[in-house]
Design a protein around this ligand. Sequence first.
Ligand code: FES
Length: 155
Amino acid sequence: MSSEFTAIFEGYPRQRRYALAMLMDVQSRCRYIPREALEELARYLAQDKVKVSSLYSMATFYRALSLEPKGKHVIKVCDGTACHLRGTPVLLDTLQRRLDLSPGETSKDKRWSLETVNCLGACALAPVLVIDDTYHPQVKAEKLGALLAQYENTP
Ligand code: FES
């Protein structure tokens, strides 16, 4: 039986060590890990004795994976030490009020997900946030409205 996930899985050998890469591909395609993907992957990797329960554990352990659908745009606010000291609390507070979201939540219209992360590896540019895959350095709270507007108008 084939599904939308079959082509992803068949791009990898049927070995446990590729399970995370396959789940990352599913996450990238669907913006979350559907239950059916876990079940199909367990069948695909059955000869390597991979169970749905271990894939479920993997999906809950790695922050890059989500069992809930994420928003069209994912905002990751760095709360590492450098960013925290240079303004993350104000940025986060502004974003929470503006989007009516807490970190870890997705808006009801599935437009936004808000997350915090520990150090994005760009401390010299603190405070940093990433929207989708784009880094935004030295962000000021008063510029957040204009920044979000760039994404609000995308289809
Ligand atoms: S602490 Fe934010 S990028 Fe390192």
